[in-house]
Design a binder for this molecule. Structure first.
Ligand SMILES: Cc1ncc(COP(=O)(O)O)c(C=O)c1O
Length: 403
């Protein structure tokens, strides 16, 4: 038996590509200094790497505007708080869904309770899909934003962001998308999909470390800064500069984290170029699209293996869209009426399978599935680096527990 069969990639991807570890170490040792606040060589090199990472991420997410609109934050929670509180600053109404993670749900509950903001939470169907027309129906003259999760971290269902984006664009309402479970697996073209604010976390599909995330705010849309402070530019001014990224980025950024994202971006591009073989010169965006097709195809194979094994397994309930729907490789199951944490503990102790039992910070999904009393679901999330042995070990473990 292996020491670990890691199927918890929806929580964080692990392992990372080797180059992420080595590049972070090398960068931190050689240039781990504060950028932009000094003119010496080391600071200039640190700044160069940060600027390059903004450019790589802009291209990765199909953002053709100024890459200074790529703002680094601590994680997606941080980005979502900045976006939601910023857009609700003038009061009014917000639209979201019942599929959201607490990083969206809780800011909205706080805004409702503390600031009298009205919130509509659009319901989803039995497979985990939002009908974009429900978003249209929820729009009001005072709607300030629509906030949706691209891929559910419980069910794996992927929303039709293009259809939602067409509706929000027509209505002139900003669309904020939480890409935590899709970034690094699905190709996301921010402009084509009509996304106004794209939020991401570094440590999941983007293969960076924890503690780094970000957001891309389209040009022409402004957010008030959530915190103000040092930027290394325009220090004489009493107020936070209007200029991005400094407008939303106060204080020293997570340089080792950004170096990790930088290395991961280059890993995606290399993987993509290997897939394209003799396609000649391709830019970063094109190479990454090829990489994501390859990653998505592999992860879909993984999830098809798990889903079809569990679908007909006596005593096992499978939640979500099934194999053929738009989905990512995140699968929730339960075994009879056993509490999810008990199944998770057995898989861990007896089979060394790392999964995540619980509500996965998305309580409304469990209210709708009727899985709150069972303490949620057992979530299996294979990743690009998972192999057949990982999957078979989990299948065997769940089969044994069920029988
Ligand atoms: C759908 C979704 N949104 C938001 C988050 C929050 O990400 P982070 O904890 O990196 O801020 C997660 C992480 O679990 C998630 O799965």
């Amino acid at each position: 038996m292996r020491e670990h069969y890691y199927l918890d990639n929806a929580a964080t991807s692990w392992p990372k590509p080797e180059t992420v570890y080595t590049s972070m170490d090398a960068f931190f040792r050689q240039y781990g200094v504060n950028p932009g606040r000094a003119g010496h060589d080391l600071a200039v090199e640190a700044e160069r790497m940060i600027v390059e990472t903004r450019r790589l991420l802009a291209a990765f997410f199909g953002f053709t505007g100024d890459s200074q609109r790529v703002v680094f934050t601590q994680n997606a929670t941080d980005s979502l708080n900045i976006a939601i509180y910023g857009l609700a600053a003038a009061g009014g109404h917000l639209i979201s869904t019942r599929l959201e993670h607490n990083s969206v749900l809780r800011p909205l509950y706080h805004l409702e309770r503390d600031q009298g903001i009205a919130v509509t939470r659009v319901a989803r169907d039995a497979f985990g899909y939002i009908d974009p027309e429900d978003i249209r129906r929820a729009l009001r003259p005072d709607t300030r934003a629509v906030v949706v999760n691209h891929a559910s971290n419980v069910l794996g269902s992927v929303q039709d962001i293009a259809a939602i984006g067409a509706i929000t664009r027509e209505a002139g309402v900003p669309l904020v998308v939480d890409t935590c479970q899709s970034a690094g697996v699905l190709s996301i073209d921010m402009q084509a999909l009509g996304i106004d604010i794209l939020t991401f976390t570094g440590h999941k599909g983007l293969f960076g470390p924890m503690g780094i995330g970000g957001m891309i705010v389209r040009e022409g849309l402004d957010l008030p800064p959530a915190r103000v402070g040092g930027t290394g530019v325009d220090s004489i001014s009493r107020f936070q500069p209007d200029e991005y990224p400094f407008h939303l980025e106060a204080g020293t950024v997570n340089i080792p984290g950004i170096a990790g994202l930088n290395a991961a971006q280059k890993w995606f591009a290399k993987l993509g170029r290997e897939q394209l073989d003799d396609a000649g010169e391709v830019d970063h965006a094109q190479a990454c699209v090829a990489a994501l097709q390859h990653i998505d195809a592999r992860e879909r194979e993984h999830i098809a293996t798990l889903e079809s094994a569990f679908r007909d397994m006596p005593g096992v309930t499978v939640y979500g869209p099934g194999n053929n729907g738009a989905r990512v490789a995140t699968l929730s199951v339960n075994v009879d009426a056993l509490p999810a944490d008990q199944v998770g503990a057995m898989l861990d102790a007896d089979y060394h399978v790392c999964v995540r039992p619980g509500l996965h910070c998305a309580p409304l999904v469990h209210e709708d599935e009727g899985t709150v009393a069972q303490k949620g679901t057992v979530r299996l999330a294979p990743g690009y680096f998972s192999d057949e042995e990982d999957l078979q070990q989990a299948i065997e473990g769940i089969r044994d527990i069920a029988s």
